[in-house]
Design a protein around this ligand. Structure first.
Ligand code: GAR
Length: 221
């Protein structure tokens, strides 16, 4: 089943391009109804135009979070969307924003890609912090967004090794190539089978009693 998505970006837009290219090649059954950026002149706008996708520029400069989010929501609500896809959107979304995009089970229909193996290295310097820390295995995470930063249920992760002679640039470039494969794949899995993730067990004893052996959480649209 095809999914309707809006992609939110702040910068270059290489993940947006990977998504649009996967759609063009018939590998992803989705339609990008809107590309919305908060930074005027962001590369993502040009990429969207190249693929004939509608765009909206909603600058946050001079607005408080609530004012900006209201404008973003107004743009998004013009479209019939199944999911909001964050692709390098460097703004934290408030719970007020997320409440507009709740699924029937209370999860938010907002998906993010993050350049680390969460929960390690959340924030805006995922690759840099992993590299500076000296990790041998790095990775990327696609997850549902929740009210905490880089925290929601994990949909997919992929790893890569740091090479002996890596610089931060070569390390980032390898990670980015993995992002470009992983994000369209995860979206295609969602289009095909819905949103699936392992249940997060906070209190093992209580959860074990509740679950009675169930270890997967599946939400189908
Ligand atoms: C990507 O590496 C993405 O994982 C990261 O920003 C970059 C955007 O690149 N996102 C975050 O750090 C979110 N916390 P792109 O504009 O070329 O897709």
């Amino acid at each position: 089943m095809s999914i309707n998505i809006a992609v939110l970006a702040s910068g270059r837009g290489s993940n947006l391009e990977a998504i649009l290219e996967a759609i063009a090649q018939g590998k992803l059954d989705a339609k990008v109804k809107l590309v919305l950026v908060n930074v005027p002149g962001a590369g993502a706008i040009e990429i969207a135009s190249k693929y004939g996708v509608a765009t909206a520029v909603v600058p946050n400069a001079g607005l408080n979070r609530k004012e900006h989010e209201e404008k973003v929501i107004a743009e998004l609500k013009k479209h019939d969307l199944d999911f909001i896809v964050l692709a390098g959107y460097m703004r934290v979304l408030s719970s007020g924003f997320l409440a507009n995009f709740k699924d029937e089970r209370g999860f938010f229909k907002v998906i993010n890609i993050h350049p680390s193996l969460l929960p390690a290295f959340p924030g805006i310097r995922g690759y840099e912090e992993a590299f500076e820390y000296g990790v041998k295995v790095a990775g990327v995470t696609v997850h549902l967004v929740d009210e905490k930063v880089d925290h929601g249920p994990i949909l997919a992760q992929a790893t890569f090794n740091r090479a002996e002679d890596d610089t931060i640039e070569s390390f980032k470039a390898r990670g980015l190539r993995i992002e470009h494969e992983l994000y369209p794949q995860v979206l295609q899995n969602i289009a095909k089978d819905g949103v699936t993730f392992f249940k997060r067990i906070k209190d093992e004893t209580a959860e074990a009693q509740l679950n009675q052996g169930t270890d997967r959480e599946t939400a189908r649209r």
